[in-house]
Ligand binder design. Structure first.
Ligand SMILES: Cc1cc2nc3c(=O)[nH]c(=O)nc-3n(C[C@H](O)[C@H](O)[C@H](O)COP(=O)(O)OP(=O)(O)OC[C@H]3O[C@@H](n4cnc5c(N)ncnc54)[C@H](O)[C@@H]3O)c2cc1C
Ligand SMILES: *[C@@H]1O[C@H](CO)[C@@H](O)[C@H](O)[C@H]1NC(C)=O
Ligand SMILES: *[C@@H]1O[C@H](CO)[C@@H](O)[C@H](O)[C@H]1NC(C)=O
Ligand SMILES: *[C@@H]1O[C@H](CO)[C@@H](O)[C@H](O)[C@H]1NC(C)=O
Ligand SMILES: *[C@@H]1O[C@H](CO)[C@@H](O)[C@H](O)[C@H]1NC(C)=O
Ligand SMILES: *[C@@H]1O[C@H](CO)[C@@H](O)[C@H](O)[C@H]1NC(C)=O
Ligand SMILES: *[C@@H]1O[C@H](CO)[C@@H](O)[C@H](O)[C@H]1NC(C)=O
Ligand SMILES: *[C@@H]1O[C@H](CO)[C@@H](O)[C@H](O)[C@H]1NC(C)=O
Ligand SMILES: *[C@@H]1O[C@H](CO)[C@@H](O)[C@H](O)[C@H]1NC(C)=O
Ligand SMILES: *[C@@H]1O[C@H](CO)[C@@H](O)[C@H](O)[C@H]1NC(C)=O
Ligand SMILES: *[C@@H]1O[C@H](CO)[C@@H](O)[C@H](O)[C@H]1NC(C)=O
Ligand SMILES: *[C@@H]1O[C@H](CO)[C@@H](O)[C@H](O)[C@H]1NC(C)=O
Ligand SMILES: CC(=O)N[C@H]1CO[C@H](CO)[C@@H](O)[C@@H]1O
Length: 577
């Protein structure tokens, strides 16, 4: 049955008791706290993009439903996944920045999406709840036409400033303003200064990204993970026209040609057959992340024909796929990018590797745990990164590419036959950022598992040559820093051999962009300059998918700015609710 047929049956906004006439004529009474009614905007996915869109749309009085497949995360959202030493507090794994590294060694990592083969967050806040918290204000060049943006999107300042007003970054997240576990900063200073790098407060000069270094900046507030969940979501939640519903899985949008008529979920309390209704002129915004959004589009009959054929061949999903005559062939999942990253592991006698973060969950250093519980200060008030740096390189193709470095105490793995002191390890991740030319493809397989189909890293040999050059420059300075030793790769392995044999799966930075690119041409883009899916009247995308090419830094700051602007564009678009 079409969900749209129910439009108008429940005109009031809240229906506490819903009567359903079940099979065999029996009447089932279902208590429900969710208004079973229609919405101006349904937003699918409460991650970085979705939360900001929901806040800005509800702010101007639109009736908004935000759907999330996962559940609570931080303590503020009723999350309760706590380390033993933080039991009985509101300080969950996701609140305490210093527990970030423990995400990768947890025996039951339920928070990663189980149906996507790379890392993605399936809980309130999405990636923002699980990420390393690195937070860079986007640069002007990030939004340039050269970097793939359509004209009209260059003047991002108003939107970036709106983000900064809601969520300023900090490079000293401890509540006492002190920096902790800072030894790598001193080592990096010795390594980078002779190579002409300048120290700066990184987000004070976002456009300076050549030969610069500084303290890592984060989206933390009061010594805790903040991001969009602690800011934008909080203002949305107090508005009567805003409804948030978790543990709701969206499979597709229902379409009549170019019109979305409802959102298909697995929750029958939201509407007959689980279909959420829209108000007249209502709109749907997909914000389910690069993999999640793509999968919903495929199941809605939008995307390359090979992906749609997989949906058609999947018994459960095929039932809801629109007829082939309504399929829209758009390059969903094509030409995606992610930063290639290569890790170097060092030792230096000044460095405290913090037991390589192995004990933070079960057996933290007692004084540090106690200090954090007392007033959210100390080592645990920050995630692991301590230093970031950038340098520009000219590729042999004339394209400028940037190398980003992220330095943290500790190491996840070491590969050397030489003796080394594990208490003195630190890791430098070198990324190739803006200017990367390699592209890959993401999609689904026959069981609808989301996955990379073509890996995006180093497809273009010039990307590899540039990162290799950058790594060699770094390594060339080691001898000038007393007692600094590169342990992976070690002195039996050349840098070339190390990079050439690097496991591609380890090159993943989880910074996927471009699966539903913004643009003016539906042969190379999926959404138009208003973030509306080509060929659709009322279907939009606001998340990392629409970003055409990688920014200078880890992407969440840019995604936030994009979400602010895209929401403003959608509100300004005629014909809406
Ligand atoms: C391990 C890791 C570390 C990272 N570190 C950093 C960092 O330090 N700094 C940085 O800037 N970036 C970092 N990133 C990247 C950053 O977190 C992502 O780029 C960002 O979260 C993407 O935002 P988004 O809005 O596109 O999607 P997401 O934040 O992924 O949100 C998507 C949301 O949609 C929900 N959803 C998905 N499918 C459905 C469905 N079918 N129905 C209902 N809901 C659905 C998900 O549960 C999720 O809540 C990291 C990512 C990972 C995985
Ligand atoms: C709630 O939404 C309705 C319908 O869009 C609108 O008429 C009303 O003004 C909104 N109320 C608030 C408080 O924003
Ligand atoms: C946890 O947070 C909730 C909601 O913000 C609050 O009501 C509760 O008192 C807090 N509990 C503790 C132990 O701080
Ligand atoms: C928090 O507690 C620590 C340890 O007792 C103390 O050094 C620090 O000054 C306190 N910070 C604040 C902001 O109260
Ligand atoms: C819908 O899917 C979500 C996410 O997989 C799940 O947590 C929830 O229990 C499902 N709801 C129903 C009614 O099956
Ligand atoms: C689909 O849209 C067309 C007009 O575009 C309309 O005539 C038709 O009734 C619609 N079908 C349904 C099932 O709503
Ligand atoms: C369709 O699915 C069946 C199993 O359900 C599989 O054997 C077959 O290879 C699939 N065909 C295509 C084209 O994917
Ligand atoms: C460790 O390094 C050697 C070469 O130095 C290489 O052959 C081997 O594959 C590496 N092992 C891993 C797990 O990377
Ligand atoms: C290893 O490093 C730690 C911390 O710097 C130091 O205390 C210890 O003596 C070192 N061990 C050896 C064998 O050098
Ligand atoms: C899809 O990929 C997942 C994860 O690799 C795998 O478990 C599943 O069997 C695959 N399905 C098909 C049909 O290949
Ligand atoms: C490699 O480094 C170790 C110390 O870490 C040293 O003992 C050894 O002589 C070096 N080997 C070569 C070939 O340079
Ligand atoms: C993907 O990128 C290649 C190389 O730039 C380009 O030729 C092609 O048109 C792109 N395809 C899509 C679907 O965007
Ligand atoms: C702690 C440590 O290993 N210090 C050494 C640093 O390197 C000098 C020589 O450059 C040695 O004399 C120190 O023992």
């Amino acid at each position: 049955m079409e969900g749209g047929l129910y439009k108008g049956f429940f005109p009031c906004s809240i229906v506490n008791v819903m009567l359903i006439t079940g099979v065999q004529g029996s009447v089932i009474t279902t208590a429900s706290s969710v208004p079973t009614s229609a919405y101006d905007y349904v937003i699918v996915g409460a991650g970085v993009g979705g939360i900001i869109a929901a806040d800005r749309l509800s702010e101007v009085g639109k009736k908004v439903l935000l759907l999330e497949r996962g559940g609570p995360s931080t303590g503020e959202t009723s999350g309760d996944y706590n380390a033993p030493w933080a039991a009985g507090t509101n300080l969950t794994k996701f609140d305490i920045p210093g527990l970030y590294e423990s995400e990768f060694s947890d025996p039951d990592p339920w928070y990663w999406c189980q149906d996507i083969t790379v890392k993605a967050g399936c809980l309130l806040g999405g990636g923002a709840t699980l990420n390393g918290g690195l937070y860079w204000y986007p640069t002007d060049a990030d939004f340039s036409v050269e970097n793939g943006w359509p004209s009209g999107w260059q003047d991002h300042a108003q939107y970036t400033n709106a983000v900064i007003a809601r969520l300023p970054s900090t490079d000293h997240p401890s509540t006492d303003g002190q920096r902790y576990l800072e030894q790598t900063f001193g080592v990096m200073q010795q390594l980078l200064e002779p190579q002409g790098y300048r120290h700066l407060t990184i987000n004070d000069e976002p456009n300076s990204k050549d030969h610069v270094y500084g303290h890592s900046a984060f989206d933390f507030i009061d010594g805790k993970r903040a991001g969009p969940v602690a800011t934008y979501l909080q203002t949305a939640e107090v508005r009567p026209n805003f409804t948030y519903k978790d543990f709701v899985y969206v499979s597709s949008v229902m379409r009549n040609g170019s019109q979305v008529t409802g959102v298909r979920t697995n929750d029958t309390s939201l509407g007959a057959g689980g279909v959420v209704s829209l108000n007249p002129n209502g709109r749907v915004i997909l914000s389910s992340g690069s993999y999640g959004t793509s999968r919903i589009l495929f199941q809605s009959g939008i995307g390359p024909s090979d992906m749609l054929a997989l949906v058609k061949n999947n018994t459960e999903a095929a039932v809801h796929l629109p007829p082939q005559s309504q399929w829209i062939n758009l390059p969903v999942g094509m030409n995606v990018s992610d930063n290639p990253s290569i890790k170097l592991v060092f030792t230096h006698p000044s460095v405290d590797s913090y037991e390589n973060w192995a004990d933070v969950w079960t057996d933290p250093r007692p004084a540090d745990a106690a200090q954090y519980l007392k007033n959210q200060s100390g080592v645990f008030a920050s995630s692991s990164a301590r230093v970031n740096f950038w340098r520009a390189y000219a590729g042999s193709d004339g394209i400028t590419r940037f190398m980003q470095g992220t330095v943290r105490p500790g190491a996840g793995s070491v590969n050397t036959t030489n003796p080394y002191n594990a208490s003195q390890l630190f890791t430098m991740t070198t990324y190739l950022s803006q200017g990367v030319t390699s592209r890959g493809r993401l999609g689904i397989n026959g069981s609808l598992t989301g996955m990379p189909l073509v890996n995006p890293w180093f497809q273009d040999p010039i990307d590899k040559a540039v990162l290799l050059e950058g790594i060699k420059d770094i390594v060339s300075g080691i001898a000038t820093v007393p007692n600094l030793t590169l342990v992976t790769p070690d002195n039996h392995t050349t840098i070339d051999a190390y990079v050439n044999s690097y496991n591609p799966a380890s090159m993943n930075s989880n910074h996927w962009v471009g699966a539903a690119k913004i643009g003016t041409d539906p042969t190379t883009a999926v959404v138009d300059t208003d973030a509306r899916v080509f060929g659709m009247n009322n279907l939009f995308v606001i998340d990392a998918s629409i970003i055409p090419a990688l920014p200078m830094g880890n992407p969440q700051g840019m995604i936030m700015s994009v979400a602010e602007r895209a929401t403003a564009k959608i509100l300004a678009l005629a014909g809406g609710p």
